[in-house]
Ligand binder design. Structure first.
Ligand SMILES: Nc1ncnc2c1ncn2[C@@H]1O[C@H](COP(=O)(O)OP(=O)(O)O)[C@@H](O)[C@H]1O
Ligand SMILES: [Mg+2]
Length: 402
């Protein structure tokens, strides 16, 4: 039996109990305010110390805290979460009580947690028959993933997937040189999934652990790969409505068995709409890498993309400028797409330019052939640029954690 004030709904909709409503909807009478009244903001700041179980992100930045107040010595905190794991609300309640107990002015602590059950697990079209109905959804599938970074851009066609793919391969090489392993690449771009093609995995299907209803990622070039594109067949509707995208993304994130990873690179869909926001809020992102081209116009769009991460408290690691220049036969650099866009975007977002990737026909050819240039020609100047970018990203992550 769940505690009386926890509400499980099978539809996935979150229900606020009358109890919660009574606690928080009632306006405060002036007489009820005491000298100890801490503003909701103060309390929320404290709650930033509570991590969501299995994740490195806190419950406030996840947007799970619905209300927080301290009135006449009673701290009241209301959360809304989505999980199938009964341990999660228990753990959260314990952590919040432990955090607030003994704080000046706190005599009593009341934690209300409304729990919505996640929707049914996503089943890949080809293997749906092997998954038993009603199998439990997994708890925290990303709990053994140490770092998650998003590769993002305000618009498509800037080479975001090319950067994500080569960055993942470059990270695998840099980590291997340090005797470490564990790189994953998650492609969330359902509108133009190109990652499987670029990684030489076109036409392959991920495995399915029927018991747990978990998808097992494919692997190429020492990188574990999972793409929403791998789940789409000719019969799957090409046109996804907004809410479908959002719930498909949520299910996708919850149902991939990544195992232990040092770093997971996420290729986000281009833009700053619902799908991007859902991802930025659902994934416990440690940082975002913004990809832009050198053009003025691209700078504006890239900056808008970066601003979205600021809004959801995801740190921006830096900017990668792609298609920076082209070297002609004589070795002269030609700025085909203008100059300075990467540096300007970085400046506007208050971050650094972490790398510049020139335009090389070999980069495109590597993508088309399913052998990223970093793997196919590790000594190529383009590969060296990607390896430098990987090192800069790792350095930025380390300095952010220090
Ligand atoms: N630096 C580069 N040099 C040459 N071709 C590139 C470069 N970056 C990307 N491309 C090519 O540009 C096209 C679009 O890149 P892609 O990574 O799919 O963009 P996005 O994911 O932003 O839509 C692809 O054909 C890719 O091979
Ligand atoms: Mg792409």
């Amino acid at each position: 039996m769940p505690p009386a004030n926890l509400v499980y709904t099978t539809s996935g909709a979150i229900k606020v109990t009358p109890h919660i409503r009574r606690q928080f909807a009632r306006p405060l009478k002036p007489a009820q305010r005491s000298a100890h009244t801490v503003t909701p903001d103060d309390l929320k700041d404290l709650l930033r110390h509570v991590k969501y179980p299995g994740f490195s992100r806190d419950i406030v930045s996840f947007g799970l805290v619905r209300a927080a107040a301290l009135i006449d010595g009673t701290a009241r905190v209301a959360l809304q979460i989505t999980t199938a794991d009964p341990q999660v609300p228990q753990q959260l309640r314990h952590d919040i009580e432990a955090l607030l107990r003994g704080k000046p002015g706190v005599r009593e602590i009341m934690v209300d947690i409304a729990v919505a059950a996640p929707k049914a697990a996503l089943r890949p079209v080809t293997t749906a028959a092997t998954a038993g109905p009603g199998a439990p959804a997994a708890g925290a599938p990303l709990k053994d993933v140490r770092t998650i970074i998003a590769v993002a851009s305000g618009k498509g066609g800037v080479g975001k997937s090319t950067v994500a793919v080569n960055l993942a391969c470059a990270l695998a090489r840099v980590l291997a040189a340090q005797g470490r392993k564990g790189v994953g690449l998650m492609d969330c771009d359902i509108h133009g999934p190109s990652v499987p093609l670029m990684m030489g995995l076109a036409g392959q299907r991920p495995g399915l652990l029927a018991e747990q209803q978990m998808l097992v990622p494919l692997e190429a070039f020492d990188v574990k790969v999972m793409s929403m594109g791998l789940l789409i067949t000719e019969e799957t509707p090409v046109v996804w409505r907004g809410p479908m995208v959002t719930s498909a993304i949520r299910n996708f994130i919850q149902n991939v068995l990544w195992g232990e990873l040092e770093i997971l690179v996420v290729d986000l869909p281009p833009g700053t709409g619902d799908a991007q926001l859902t991802l930025a809020q659902t994934l416990p992102l440690n940082g975002a890498l913004i990809v832009t081209t050198p053009q003025m116009a691209a700078t504006q769009v890239a900056t808008r993309g970066g601003t979205m991460f600021n809004q959801v408290n995801v740190p921006i690691l830096g900017v990668a400028e792609n298609m920076s220049w082209f070297e002609d036969a004589a070795g002269t650099r030609v700025a085909l797409f203008g100059e300075g866009g990467g540096a300007r975007t970085a400046e506007q977002l208050g971050t650094t330019l972490l790398g510049q990737i020139p335009l090389f026909p070999e980069i495109r050819a590597g993508g088309d052939a399913g052998r990223p240039i970093v793997v196919a020609q590790p000594g190529h100047p383009a590969s060296i640029a990607f390896l430098e970018l990987a090192k800069a990203v790792l350095a930025k992550l380390i300095s952010a954690q220090a």
